[in-house]
Design a protein around this ligand. Structure first.
Ligand code: SAM
Length: 321
C-alpha cells in the first residue's frame, strides 16, 4: 500500500498519455502554436504499461487516462486492455473532450474501460467554437451519445466562465440530468497558459444561480473525490470542484504521470521525479523506488489561497487536469 507522510493512502493514478490536444480551450492552452514534447520523448504504451504494473502491485486501485486529448493517441484501446488484463478489478476511467469518441467508444468499452468524464462547457455551437477554437459541438454530443449507447458510465465536467458560458449552467445540468450523467462544475483555475482575461464563476455565484431554479441539499464530499456534492429534491446529484473554497487536500489520494514519465505528487507543485530512465532500462525496482519517493514527498496542501498562493505554471494539458 502507498501511504504518504500525512497518512493519506495513495491509490489513484492519473496518466496523461499525450499533452497534444485537438482543442485549444481558452482556459487551458495557449492559442499560438507552441513546441510539443517531441514524440520520441514520450513513453510507449508498452513502457507506460510496465509502470502501470509497478503502480498496481504497489497499491494503485484506480487509473484514469487523460491528456491533452487521450483519444489522439493511437491504439489507446490496446493500452487499456493491457491494464485490464493485468488486473481486471482496476477502476479504469478516462477524461476526454469526446470529439473522437463516436468511432472509439465501443472499442474502449470492450477493452475494459468503465467510465468516462467528458468536458461539455456549452450546448451552443458558436460558444463551443469560441472556447475550443473550432467547430466541435456536434462531434462531442455524438460522442457522448455513443458512449452512453455502449454502456460506459459518463460524468460531465463544465468550467463556467463569465460572459462566455455562465448563462448555460442550468441548460448543461438539464442536458446531463436527462441522460442520467452526473455533472461537476469546476471553478476556473488560473494558470500561466490560459487566456489572460478569463473570469471564472466562483462556486458561491454558481450556487446562487442554481438556487433560483432548484432546491438542493449539501451532501459534502464523497470519499476521496475533490467534488463537493449537492442533491436535488428529485434525487439528482451534482458536484462542485472548488479549489478556492475547499480543502480537498485532506482526502487527496492521487498522483499524476505525464506522457514523458514525470511522476507528479500534486497538481499545484512544480516538483516531479522521472520514472522514464528506470522503465526504459527495465529497472522495475528503480521505478518502484521513484514511485515510493514521490508518494513520500507528496505535499500536505496545494498552493491555492493563503500567503503562498501562486498561479500554477504547470499546464493542465500536460498533467491531465
Ligand atoms: N482533453 C480532455 C478533456 O477535455 O477533458 C482531458 C484533459 S483536460 C486538461 C481535463 C480537465 O481539465 C477538463 O475537464 C478541463 O475542463 C479541465 N481544465 C483544464 N484547464 C482548466 C482550468 N484552467 N481550470 C479548471 N479546469 C480546467
Amino acid at each position: 500500500m502507498l501511504i504518504d507522510s500525512y497518512d493519506r493512502v495513495v491509490d489513484y493514478l492519473r496518466v496523461s498519455v499525450t499533452e497534444r490536444c485537438n482543442f485549444r480551450c481558452q482556459y487551458c492552452m495557449p492559442e499560438k502554436p507552441f513546441s510539443w514534447v517531441p514524440k520520441e520523448n514520450l513513453l510507449s504504451f508498452e513502457e507506460l504499461f510496465e509502470f502501470m504494473k509497478v503502480a498496481i502491485d504497489e497499491g494503485i486501485k484506480k487509473i484514469r487516462i487523460t491528456g491533452g486529448e487521450p483519444l489522439l493517441r493511437e491504439d489507446l484501446d490496446k493500452f487499456i486492455k493491457m491494464i485490464y488484463d493485468y488486473e481486471p478489478s482496476i477502476d479504469l476511467a478516462m477524461t476526454t473532450n469526446a470529439f473522437l469518441l463516436k468511432g472509439t467508444a465501443q472499442k474502449l468499452k470492450d477493452a475494459g474501460l468503465k467510465r468516462i468524464n467528458v468536458s461539455i462547457d456549452t450546448l451552443k455551437p458558436e460558444v463551443a467554437q469560441a472556447i475550443a477554437g473550432k467547430d466541435v459541438l456536434k462531434n462531442v454530443l455524438d460522442g457522448v451519445n455513443e458512449a452512453l449507447k455502449v454502456g460506459l458510465k459518463v460524468k460531465v465536467n463544465m468550467v463556467p466562465m463569465k460572459g462566455m458560458n455562465a448563462d448555460e449552467i442550468v441548460d448543461v445540468l438539464e442536458y446531463s440530468k436527462e441522460r442520467n450523467m452526473t455533472i461537476r462544475f469546476i471553478e476556473y483555475m488560473e494558470n500561466a497558459h490560459a487566456k489572460a482575461d478569463i473570469s471564472g464563476l466562483k462556486s458561491q455565484e454558481l450556487l446562487a444561480i442554481l438556487r433560483e431554479h432548484y432546491e438542493f441539499e449539501d451532501e459534502g464530499f464523497d470519499g476521496s473525490s475533490p467534488s463537493h456534492y449537492f442533491r436535488m429534491k428529485d434525487g439528482y446529484r451534482f458536484g462542485l470542484i472548488e479549489p478556492y473554497e475547499d480543502d480537498f487536500c485532506k482526502q487527496c489520494n492521487r498522483i499524476r504521470l505525464t506522457a514523458e514519465g514525470h511522476l507528479i505528487p500534486c497538481l499545484y507543485f512544480d516538483e516531479a521525479m522521472s520514472i522514464a530512465e528506470s522503465i526504459k532500462r527495465g529497472d522495475i525496482k528503480g521505478a518502484a523506488l521513484v514511485l515510493k519517493e514521490v508518494v513520500r514527498t507528496k505535499p500536505e496542501k496545494n498552493r491555492w489561497g493563503g500567503e503562498d498562493s501562486e498561479i500554477s505554471s504547470r499546464a493542465f494539458y500536460e498533467t491531465g487536469g
